[in-house]
Structure formats: structure tokens, C-alpha cells
Design a protein around this ligand. Structure first.
Ligand code: UDP
Length: 476
């Protein structure tokens, strides 16, 4: 048999494309059998995303690994979309004929197809072609549990979640307050809600769900998914926790200015504030943060982005003169740095001076934080971050909670930020416990991906399963 290939179907966006590619590469590296990767690339809907995708592909093509990229024919993107999650899900669905043609045309035996979770509709293509179909989930097991539970919740909860009484029962999680549901499901009239419920239903049909988490990070959620409790016992599911999958950029030739600044700070003395690829603040909130940081008395490195330009989606570089209170930079110059553009977050978190992280709670950021044993204060803004924030505090114990006013555009008062930062960086019992747990998770994360670790073993099991799939297809 020729070397079987594993087909990856990513969606664009660094957090998705990089995560799936990195997982695919790890799969090849851990597999006892020879496998190759075939990546089906959908055309990105914006020039910026297309440039990012092209850069990633160039890097992979130069890596010398057995990875081939197939560019799918373009589809006309929908123009009548309401929510971004709906948009991505619909584009993925529109690619079905092209994905089918690309897989049918492959010469080597297909071991299986690994779909980004937004592409769950393409499980139909896998069924039609009789090849195993897997879902790759870039976020955590808690979110998978929530999404698997959504189709039933849809029947049980006739009102909006924020109007319901009591907490939401999600097997494997502590009772979830309705205020912590993921943003895409906060409005049931929004197509995002319909799509998330759809994906949750489809996940249960996959041959397995591959999750960027580690068995030891989320044992209860993983158990509830695997034994079928999240799907009302309809079906036990196969789960492969293979993380943390983190894509570390190559070391820079020169240390970044933020890193040089950290070199001058005492160990574990700096709180980092950084809010993902999409987080930004208006001036009123930025001034509130500045007040909170100043009053906290702690050292800080604050990555601050401004609102997107009209019609655009991405944050802009912050205009510090307009956004910060007068004299703030001067008054805090000995203990603070405000960085107004993209910063090398993984390098910063690796620095010994960083002792805490105020984060929007994107899962990649959280994994990077735990990889370095840094405790968090979650400040959720969009996507599944409100659920993540709840999970980090209530289920994983690696974060200090902060009051975020979801009804006021996730506003946080200066005094509340001051309190949370003080607690995180050395206050009372809550901060101490979060620091201890985060430090424990550092060892857990590193052990999981080492040879003999749980995620290493999960990748080996997955590669065996894929290989068996290729043998079955070949013998048909
Ligand atoms: N990131 C970074 N510098 C920044 C902001 C973000 O390097 O100034 C990286 C961060 O390290 C992480 C990713 O961007 O790898 C953000 O992914 P995450 O899942 O946390 O959030 P998202 O951007 O998808 O909301």
C-alpha cells in the first residue's frame, strides 16, 4: 500500500489554520506507521487572511515534511450573512462538491479526513465517500461538552439563556451560569445560534473528536463527552485529547522591545494584559484600565489595541495620546509599558518576569499561559470566551474571577481591575490557589506532550486508527 494520506480541512484564521496544521505535523511525528498530510485550502475571504494563509503554507512547504497543499476552487462567499460563525460555517458547507472532488481525486489511500469544527457539514462528504471523518476542535473540552449538549438544551430551554432560571446543566462541568454561555448562542434568532446547535449535533456523528486539550487539564469534561452523557447517553464518543498544541514562532534574531523591557523587571512581578487577535477597547475603557493598573501598584505590560477602522474587523494600533489619561505614561514609566500593536505573546509569557495574565481568554492564549505556569484573570470579550472564563475559574482553578459587565460591552470598572490584579499578583487565598494550580498545570502540559505522556499516546492511538482506516479503504 502506498503511504496513506490524512486529509486536513482547516478554515483560515491563525488560531484555526495553525492549530490544525501543527496537530497534523505532530500526528506524522508520533505515528509509528508512515502517513502523509494533504491539506485542502479554501480561498480566504479577505486579502489580509489570504496573505496570512500564504505565509503559513510557504513555511510548511519549506519544512521538508510530507505535507501537500491542494487549493480548492473558489466559491462566491455569501453576502446575506449576519454572524461571523454563520459566515464561516456556510462557506465551509458551500465547499462540499470541491472537497468531494479533491478527496476522490487523491492517488494515495485516504486514511481519514480531519475537519475543522466549522466544517462539520462536510461529514456528509466523508460518509458518501466511505472514509472516516474526524472533527478537530481548536478550543477546549468544556466547549465541546457544551456544544454536544446544545441540541437538547434547544428543546429544554424555550427562552433566551439570559432569561432562564437557575444554572445550565452541562455534564462534566460545574453548573454553568446562563451569563456565561458562548457569545454565538446568546441570541437564538441569530443564525450563529442555529449553526452552533447544528455543529453540536454533527459532532456526535464524527468517527472521533480531536481536541486541543490534555486529559489531565479537563478530566471531567472529557469523561462526560466520552461516556455519552453530553449527548443524553445516545452514543459514547471517541475523543482524542492531543494538546496543548501551541505553535511557537521561530526565535527572533533580536529580542523584541517588550522582552528587553521585561529583562529589567524582577521575577514574577509583571502582570501582562493582552486580548487576542480581535480584542480592542474604546478610550473610556482604556482610561478605566489605566486607573486600575496605576492604583494596583503592580508592574504591567499592557498590549492595547484600538477599535477597527470603519467597515473593518481587525483592531487598529492604539493611539496612546488619545486613549490614555493625561500624564499616565509619565507617572508609570518606571513600572509599566503600554505596547500599542501586535506583541510576541508567547515570548512574553515565557519570560520569568511575567507573574500573571489578564487575558480575553481565547483558548490559545490560555494554553500558552498554562504552558508557562502563568495564572490568569479572564476578561472575556467574544466567541466562547465567557464560557472559557467560567471554566478557568470554576473547573480548572487556574484563574482569579473578575466582574465583567456583559450587558455593557464587557465593561470592567477600574476598582474591579485593581482588585483582581492585586489578588492575582499576591493578594489573598484565591490568588494563591490560582498561582499554585497554574504552576501545577505547567508540568501537566509539558508531561502530556512528552513521549509516554497522555497527549503523545492519544496521537499514537489516533494514527493507528487512521492507518486502519486506510487499510479498510484499500481493501474495499
Ligand atoms: N497573539 C499575539 N500577540 C498579540 C495578540 C495575540 O501573539 O498581540 C497571539 C496569541 O499568542 C495567541 C493568538 O494570537 O496565539 C490568539 O489566539 P486566541 O485563541 O487566544 O484568541 P483569538 O485571537 O482567536 O481570539
Amino acid at each position: 500500500m502506498a503511504t496513506p494520506t490524512v486529509v486536513l480541512v482547516p478554515v483560515w484564521g491563525a488560531g484555526h489554520l495553525m492549530s490544525l496544521l501543527e496537530s497534523g505535523k505532530r500526528l506524522l511525528a508520533r505515528s509509528v506507521r508512515a502517513l502523509s498530510l494533504t491539506v485542502l485550502v479554501m480561498r480566504a475571504p479577505t486579502e489580509q487572511l489570504a496573505a496570512e494563509v500564504a505565509a503559513h503554507i510557504r513555511r510548511e512547504e519549506d519544512s521538508g515534511l510530507d505535507v501537500r497543499f491542494t487549493h480548492l476552487p473558489a466559491v462566491a462567499p455569501p453576502t446575506d450573512w449576519v454572524g461571523i460563525e454563520e459566515f464561516i460555517s456556510r462557506i465551509a458547507q458551500m465547499h462540499a462538491p470541491h472537497v468531494r472532488a479533491a478527496i476522490s481525486g487523491l492517488a494515495p489511500p485516504v486514511a481519514g479526513v480531519v475537519l475543522d469544527f466549522f466544517c462539520s457539514s462536510l461529514l456528509d462528504v466523508c460518509r458518501d465517500l466511505a472514509v472516516p471523518g474526524y472533527v478537530y476542535f481548536t478550543s477546549n473540552a468544556a466547549m465541546v461538552a457544551f456544544m454536544l449538549r446544545l441540541p437538547a438544551l434547544h428543546e429544554e430551554v424555550p427562552v433566551e439563556f439570559e432569561e432562564m432560571e437557575g444554572a445550565i446543566d452541562v455534564p462534566g462541568l460545574p453548573p454553568v451560569p446562563p451569563s456565561c454561555v458562548p457569545t454565538p448562542v446568546t441570541d437564538k434568532k441569530n443564525p450563529n445560534y442555529t449553526w452552533f446547535t447544528y455543529h453540536g449535533r454533527r459532532f456526535a456523528e464524527a468517527d472521533a473528536i480531536i481536541i486541543n486539550t490534555a486529559a489531565e487539564l479537563e478530566p471531567s469534561a472529557l469523561a462526560a463527552i466520552a461516556d455519552g452523557r453530553c449527548t443524553r447517553g445516545v452514543r459514547a464518543l471517541t475523543v482524542y485529547p492531543i494538546g496543548p498544541v501551541i505553535s511557537f514562532p521561530p526565535p527572533p534574531e533580536q529580542p523584541h522591545e517588550c522582552v528587553r523591557w521585561l529583562d529589567g523587571q524582577a521575577p514574577a512581578s509583571v502582570v501582562l494584559l493582552c486580548f487576542g487577535s480581535g480584542g480592542f477597547f474604546a478610550a473610556a475603557q482604556a482610561r478605566e484600565i489605566a486607573d486600575g493598573l496605576e492604583r494596583s501598584g503592580h508592574c504591567f505590560l499592557w498590549v492595547l489595541r484600538g477599535p477597527p477602522a470603519p467597515g473593518a474587523r481587525h483592531p487598529t494600533d492604539a493611539n496612546l495620546d488619545e486613549m490614555l489619561p493625561e500624564g499616565f505614561l509619565e507617572r508609570t514609566k518606571d513600572r509599566g509599558l503600554v505596547w500599542p500593536t501586535w506583541a510576541p505573546q508567547t515570548e512574553i509569557l515565557a519570560h520569568a518576569a511575567v507573574g500573571g495574565f489578564v487575558t480575553h481568554g481565547g483558548w490559545n492564549s490560555a494554553l500558552e499561559s498554562l504552558w508557562h505556569g502563568v495564572p490568569m484573570v479572564p476578561w472575556p470579550l467574544y466567541a466562547e470566551q465567557h464560557t472559557n472564563a467560567f471554566t478557568f475559574v470554576a473547573a480548572m482553578g487556574v484563574a482569579v474571577a473578575m466582574k465583567v459587565d456583559r450587558k455593557r460591552d464587557n465593561f470592567v470598572e477600574a476598582a474591579e481591575l485593581e482588585r483582581a490584579v492585586k489578588e492575582l499578583m499576591g493578594g489573598g487565598e484565591e490568588g494563591r490557589k490560582a498561582r499554585e494550580k497554574a504552576s501545577e498545570m505547567k508540568a501537566v502540559c509539558r508531561n502530556a506532550v512528552e513521549e509516554g505522556g497522555s497527549s503523545y499516546a492519544a496521537l499514537q492511538r489516533l494514527s493507528e486508527e487512521l492507518y486502519k482506516g486506510a487499510v479498510a479503504v484499500t481493501n474495499k
